[in-house]
Every structure is written in structure tokens, then in C-alpha cells.
Design a protein around this ligand. Structure first.
Ligand SMILES: Nc1ncnc2c1ncn2[C@@H]1O[C@H](COP(=O)(O)OP(=O)(O)O)[C@@H](O)[C@H]1O
Ligand SMILES: [Mg+2]
Length: 292
């Protein structure tokens, strides 16, 4: 079976049956990605997690940008361990998790992620059990990935319940976003794509950018996107990054903070059809990696 067919089968597959008592709580798992790099994924993940926490949600974030993992830098925390240590059997999930501001849980991914595919069956089962614990602690799990069409990013897209695409109004960014959505649609990796336009001059530019991309996706890919909103270009974003603090905390009254809170509200209002659960997510991810 080729890679595309495998991704598709897994994306569509129901999860393995689970014991009844474990099916109660399920986290909503959202992969955040973009076509082009540097469009604001990590900033969004950090600030959206805090905005969701303000709405009373328990949020965990997974740093899955294997090349440029920097969620920790933006949160001003220094992880001592990463998933790599879990994979090596040196730590369990609770020991690598960092409690960030507003109770947001950070899971440093680092290079350990792809090594999950090499775990022995026994260790993997232990990890999946561990993940069940995390599921009890988080209503929403946001996954910060790299940009573009790498196999790793696409497997996160396929394994998660939903995908959140972020772009700027720049034609190159829109074009690259379309490229990722095209592969997602063609390979049927994900049905649910949310869209955010970052670094806009004003709301109108955000809406127009979103409409352009949405029209193209509908017309050529028969793919309907859900527009969650725009985030203004705001110099306080870069200022907060320099201070290693989320802008929503440092500048709660900034336009960008306002925008992100609004996006959080919209995201929570979007109906969720399938929540396949964290163990199912990991199961699919490992399947995708080990047979590649
Ligand atoms: N809304 C915004 N307004 C101004 N600058 C922004 C905004 N969003 C992102 N940036 C700038 O872009 C940089 C890259 O953002 P980042 O979240 O690291 O992108 P990615 O994770 O997609 O590579 C940030 O450090 C910041 O300086
Ligand atoms: Mg990033």
C-alpha cells in the first residue's frame, strides 16, 4: 500500500474499541499547521491555549515541530525532559509535562516523537495508558507542528480530530496553505479544516483573504473550510515574544489579544463531530510512522 492510501485508511478508520470506563472523557485534538513557516503558528497555539483556559477549558499543548520546537521559549519555561525521555523509558508522561500559566499543560515533543514508532509493544501500551491520564486532564489538546508538506506534519493532520490552518494575507502564504489543503483533501486525511488569517491590517483584509482561499478550496477541492477569524498585525506580538511571555497575558487589551479571545469563543462554538480520543490518536500516529 502506498503512503497516501495508508494515511487515508487510518484517517478514516474508527478507533480501536476501548473498555467502557475509558470511553467517557475524550479530548478534542487539534493539529495547528500552515503552508509557509513563520506565519504565527506557535504564537497562536500559546495564546489560544490561554484564551481557551479563560473560557474554563483545560488545555494541553504538544510541541510537535520537530525542526524548530520553540513553544517552551515562548512560554518562558525550560523543559528538563521531553517525549524522548518517555520513549527511552526514563520518564513517564506526568514527569515531562510542564504546568504553564493558567494551568496549561506543555508537553515538550522534541526529537522523541518520531521514535515512538520504534517502541516495543509493551512500552507503547504503557505510553497509551499514560496518555489516558492526560486525557482526563485536558479538554482540548493543541498540537504545534512545522509548516509545509512533510510526512510528519501530514500524519499529525491525519491522526488528529481537526486541523487548524493558519495563513497570512501574503500571496505566497495563501498559496502554500492551499497546497497543504489540497493534499489533505486529495488524500482524505482530514474532513474538518478551520482557518485563521494572521497579521492582517484590518478585519476586512482577514475576511477577504479567507474568502479567497475558501472559494478556491470549495471550487477545486470540494473542501469547505470553517473561518474562525483574523488576528491583526500588532507590534506587541513581537514585543511579547522578546519577553518570552504570551501577548494575551502581557498585553491583554491589545488588538491581537482581543482577536484571539474571539477566535477561542468561535472555536468552542463550532460543533465537534468526532472525538476519537488520545490513545486512538497515538495509535494512528504510530501506525503511520512505523510502516512508512
Ligand atoms: N499578529 C502578529 N502581529 C505581528 N507579528 C506577528 C504576529 N504573529 C506572528 N508575528 C511575528 O512572527 C513571528 C513568527 O511567529 P511564530 O508564531 O513563531 O510562527 P511559526 O510558529 O508559524 O513559525 C513572531 O515571532 C512574531 O514576531
Ligand atoms: Mg513555530
Amino acid at each position: 500500500m502506498d503512503q497516501a492510501a495508508r494515511l487515508r485508511r487510518l484517517a478514516l478508520s474508527p478507533q480501536k474499541p476501548q473498555p467502557l470506563e475509558k470511553t467517557k472523557i475524550k479530548s478534542r485534538i487539534i493539529t495547528v499547521t500552515s503552508g509557509k513557516g513563520g506565519v504565527g503558528k506557535t504564537n497562536l497555539v500559546v495564546n489560544l491555549s490561554l484564551a481557551l483556559a479563560q473560557f474554563g477549558k483545560r488545555v494541553a499543548i504538544l510541541d510537535a515541530d520537530l525542526g524548530l520546537a520553540n513553544l517552551d521559549v515562548m512560554l518562558g519555561v525550560v523543559p528538563r525532559y521531553t517525549l524522548y525521555d518517555v520513549v527511552r523509558g526514563r520518564k513517564n508522561l506526568a514527569e515531562i509535562a510542564i504546568k504553564g500559566p493558567a494551568g496549561v499543560i506543555l508537553l515538550p515533543g522534541g526529537s522523541g516523537l518520531t521514535e515512538l514508532a520504534d517502541l516495543s509493544e509493551e512500552k507503547r501500551r504503557a505510553l497509551i495508558n499514560d496518555l489516558q491520564l492526560l486525557e482526563d486532564m485536558a479538554d482540548i489538546i493543541l498540537i504545534d507542528t512545522g509548516a509545509g508538506l512533510s510526512r510528519t506534519v501530514l500524519s499529525f493532520v491525519a491522526a488528529a480530530d481537526e486541523m487548524l490552518m493558519i495563513t497570512t494575507p501574503e500571496p505566497t502564504a495563501i498559496c502554500d496553505a492551499y497546497g497543504v489543503i489540497k493534499v489533505t483533501a486529495r488524500q482524505q486525511l482530514q474532513q474538518k479544516i478551520n482557518l485563521i488569517v494572521n497579521q492582517v491590517k484590518n478585519a476586512r483584509e482577514g475576511k477577504e483573504t479567507a474568502e479567497r482561499l475558501m472559494r478556491a478550496c470549495e471550487k477545486f477541492l470540494q473542501m469547505e473550510l470553517q473561518f474562525l477569524g483574523e488576528i491583526c498585525s500588532d507590534q506587541r506580538v513581537a514585543m511579547a515574544v522578546k519577553q518570552q511571555q504570551p501577548f494575551i497575558t502581557l498585553y491583554p487589551h491589545s488588538a491581537a489579544a482581543e482577536n484571539v479571545r474571539r477566535i477561542a469563543g468561535t472555536l468552542l462554538a463550532v460543533p465537534v463531530e468526532k472525538k476519537r480520543g488520545l490513545p486512538g490518536f497515538l495509535y494512528r500516529l504510530v501506525q503511520l510512522w512505523e510502516k512508512g
